[in-house]
Design a protein. Structure first.
Length: 382
């Protein structure tokens, strides 16, 4: 049960560059795609690597405010200053650089909606971008733009946005907080301990959207067992009850153990098992319409394991046991540190965060019928 996976990547993604020393860089995307190639992803199952096209102002306006796009155009000319409170500096051509990521994600969406297979835009996943301002390294919000495009251009009536980045996907979450057509399930480190300081259990959607927004904040140190508990007990029942026509997944790799900007301790297995389950659900309830996005991840070795692993899981091509040596040399030449050797990792567990995750599950079941696997009265049968 698997269609092909089409990966959208071009070197234009590298234009999204905040300069040396900034924690966010797109070389990890380039190396991840090269590892997919080295491991034979594009040699089986009809999987392909496809070039990208730049998005347009009209694409950006599907989600963002015109005045904000005008501001970005001016910032692109000067290349000076910051676009938010300081984490996201302007640079010459920053709007065009962001539009390349938007274009890649929209092309991936077009592929999914055409029925040609699943798609992955690893250079995107900019989930902090708000309608009217940048935030957290995210100039535009390609995932929110894709969701708006699915609604406006393809007539999607119900969609799922799943976010497994360690940081709360606040730009998407609050951007659609009152929209009942979007089920948003967001796994993240507890906002009391990490940027952006948001994403609490009590926030379940406004008005007719009540119950369609599910935050799963995890304590620092939360491991595979906490992730699996919340996935099994809340996310899966909610998805089955909601029955989305499209699934979009932000696959930030920074919940992996050892990320320098966060404190969750997932292993590679947490990512591959959750994504494999999402893949199954996409075929069960969404006609196979599955769009994957990249996201955060500030330990390049982790990112370069996570994204190829989930791509191979969805693309139905087994990974080798060992990471190919020529790719390892390329990684070490790029980053000056040792490259990962294997794709296998032991599972992780931690008792106190697991107990906290269980309480989160109980709270969500109390607050949202979807978390109990029940369809809310406000959800249309359209």
């Amino acid at each position: 049960m698997s269609g092909p996976l089409h990966v959208y990547y071009g070197r234009e993604i590298l234009l999204y560059d905040f300069g040396p020393g900034h924690p966010f860089n797109q070389r990890r995307v380039e190396l991840s795609v090269r590892l997919m190639e080295a491991c034979g992803l594009f040699e089986g199952n009809g999987n392909t690597l496809r070039p990208i096209q730049k998005g347009t102002r009209d694409d950006a306006l599907l989600f963002h405010e015109p005045g904000y796009i005008d501001f970005l155009a001016r910032a692109s000319e000067t290349g000076r200053g910051v676009l938010d409170q300081g984490d996201t500096p302007a640079f010459p051509g920053c709007l065009d650089a962001a539009l390349w990521g938007v274009g890649a994600t929209l092309e991936a969406l077009d592929t999914v909606m055409s029925g040609d297979g699943h798609a992955f835009s690893p250079g995107g996943g900019w989930h902090h971008g708000y309608r009217d301002h940048a935030s957290g390294f995210c100039i535009l919000n390609d995932g929110a733009i894709a969701l708006a495009a699915a609604r406006e251009r393809f007539g999607i009536k119900r969609a799922l946005y799943l976010d497994i980045d360690v940081h709360h996907g606040d730009g998407v979450f609050y951007g659609f907080y009152g929209d009942g057509w979007l089920l948003d399930v967001d796994f993240h480190q507890d906002g009391r301990t990490l940027f952006p300081g948001k994403g609490f259990v009590e926030e379940v959607g406004g008005g007719d959207a009540a119950g369609t927004k599910l935050n799963i904040p995890l304590l620092p140190g939360a491991s595979d067992d906490a992730a699996f508990l919340a996935w099994r007990e809340v996310a899966v029942p909610a998805i089955r009850a909601f029955r989305p026509e499209l699934i979009v997944v932000q696959c930030g790799a920074d919940a992996h153990e050892g990320d320098p900007l966060a404190m969750l301790e997932w292993s590679l297995g947490a990512y591959t098992e959750i994504i494999a389950s999402v893949h199954t659900l996409a075929h069960e309830v969404s006609g196979g319409r599955l769009l994957l996005l990249g996201g955060g991840g500030y330990n390049p070795a982790n990112v370069c394991l996570v994204w190829p692993a989930i791509a191979h899981a969805v693309g139905n091509v087994p990974l080798p046991e060992r990471v190919p040596e020529p790719w390892r040399q390329s990684f070490e030449n790029t980053y000056g540190v040792g490259a990962p050797e294997r794709f296998s990792e032991p599972p992780t567990s931690a008792t106190r965060p697991l107990r906290a995750a269980a309480r989160c599950v109980e709270d969500l079941r109390r607050l949202s019928p979807l978390a109990r696997g029940e369809k809310p009265a406000s959800l249309s049968d359209e």
